[in-house]
Design a protein around this ligand. Structure first.
Ligand code: ADE
Length: 432
């Protein structure tokens, strides 16, 4: 069963009608439901300041916790934030309320590629174009240790230029899930796209499995139907296991040969991604697809276009132990490094309180954006207090120090630590 189903407009699942028109964080207006699955719903939404379309994937934290999926969601966050490629749906930001997590995703205007195939098969040229885009994105993921493991037409969307966008990494695995034998061991994927080694339940390599799924996708693009299909699930599995399929009569001999190399039931002899990139059928008209290098990603993604002092919630979610954001308040000697407190107090109020306390202690105060720097009268120590907005309501206050002797440390423990503790609904999270 697919993780996210397209909304065919016939019925709206639980609780979705009241979401329409709702504002999220005063930043997005929720539109119609695009799809839903067991743990998530995907909505069309508009960013209010720019009127730009986005897709918002909403997940209930309760459901996530009950389903013991915390690490699953954290993994999805860290996977998505590492991926930046023209044919992969971009993750713009992650927002969190008490009960929900929202992934703000690039909106793929053209909808599902699947819907287009349902209207009729593609020409060999068009099939090649989409396959080249798919392989470029998959190669990009694999070279970063990321395997999708659930590649299928439903996870392939189209943008406004009718170019491919891969979405939904909910079931993907990163290379650290590899067991000592070097193989992945989670059973996942949709039957018709599942590689034979997954059915054999003996562990598998993520890269090989994705290549198999790409082969099925290429077959479907060209044929308009599945290579291994049977109403009886066991019969379908048997066909997959044997790797016996027939190409329709319009398939060129080059494509037929290529498909046979991809849909090889033996993973150790199956074509590799590098061999795919070198194949003459694949190479025809292929222009290497450019993508930004890693350093540019960080700057573009997390520096620009965001409100000053606004930190993406997933930084915190990723670092904290569980969604309750509670943790230990740790000290190392006379040094405060990365102590974090979360509170609902507005940043101006926090700064006001810190300034008043600093005045009482005779400290020198310098304000910098949503931060305050406090110095001892003779410059002997510095306390940096930074405030970042996590969500509309939640602020994170982070404290760092330098040159803090016993006196400075006393000022911290007796004055500023209690001050932060007394902020409305203050909670500590571990520093790093
Ligand atoms: N359905 C699921 N994710 C989507 C996205 N990012 N854009 C458009 N439709 C989607």
């Amino acid at each position: 069963m697919p993780e996210i189903q397209a909304n065919n407009g016939n019925s709206l699942p639980y609780g979705s009608e009241e979401e329409l028109g709702r504002k999220l964080f005063k930043k997005y207006e929720l539109g119609k439901l695009l799809g839903y699955g067991a743990f998530a719903k995907v909505y069309h939404a508009r960013e209010l300041s720019t009127s730009q379309s986005v897709a918002i994937k909403a997940m209930g934290k309760q459901r996530i916790l009950r389903g013991n999926l915390t690490s699953h969601v954290k993994r999805e966050i860290s996977i998505l934030r590492r991926l930046r490629h023209p044919h992969i749906v971009r993750l713009d930001e992650v927002l969190a309320t008490k009960n929900k997590i929202y992934f703000v995703l690039e909106f793929a205007k053209g909808g599902e590629l699947f819907a287009k195939i349902a209207k009729g098969r593609f020409s060999e040229e068009l099939s090649r174009k989409y396959f080249q885009q798919l392989i470029s994105a998959v190669d990009y993921c694999h070279s970063r240790g990321v395997f999708h493991r659930d590649l299928k037409p439903e996870n392939l969307l189209l943008d406004e230029n009718w170019d491919l966008k891969i979405t939904d990494f909910g079931l993907s695995a990163v290379s650290d899930e590899v067991q000592p034998d070097g193989l992945l061991h989670t059973l996942c994927g949709t039957p018709a796209y599942v590689a034979p080694e997954i059915l054999a339940k003996k562990g598998y390599e993520g890269a090989k499995v994705d290549i198999w799924s790409c082969g099925i996708i290429l077959y479907v693009l060209n044929a308009g139907y599945l290579p291994f299909n049977d109403l009886n699930l066991m019969a379908m599995y048997r066909k997959i296991y044997k790797g016996i399929f027939r190409c329709p009569k319009w398939t060129s001999p080059e494509l037929k040969r290529f498909l046979t190399r991809i849909l090889d039931p033996n993973p150790s002899t199956r074509i590799t991604i590098h061999e795919i990139l070198d194949d003459p059928w694949f190479q025809k008209g292929y222009k290497e697809i450019k993508y930004p290098i890693e350093n540019e990603i960080e700057l573009k993604n997390f520096g620009q276009g965001e409100e000053k002092g606004f930190l993406n919630a997933f930084d915190i979610i990723s670092f904290s132990s569980g969604f309750d954001l509670s943790g230990l308040f740790s000290n190392n000697g006379n040094r405060i490094d990365g102590e974090k407190v979360i509170s609902k107090e507005p940043p101006e109020k926090i700064i006001e309180k810190i300034e008043a306390a600093a005045k009482e202690e005779g400290l020198v105060v310098a304000k910098k954006g949503f931060g305050v720097m406090l110095q001892g009268q003779n410059g002997n120590f510095t306390l940096m207090i930074e405030i970042n907005r996590l969500t509309e309501e939640l602020m994170m206050v982070e404290v760092k120090s330098s040159g803090l002797g016993p006196l400075g440390f006393d000022i911290w423990t007796e004055k500023f630590k209690p001050l932060l503790d007394s902020l409305p609904e203050a909670r500590h999270i571990a520093g790093n």
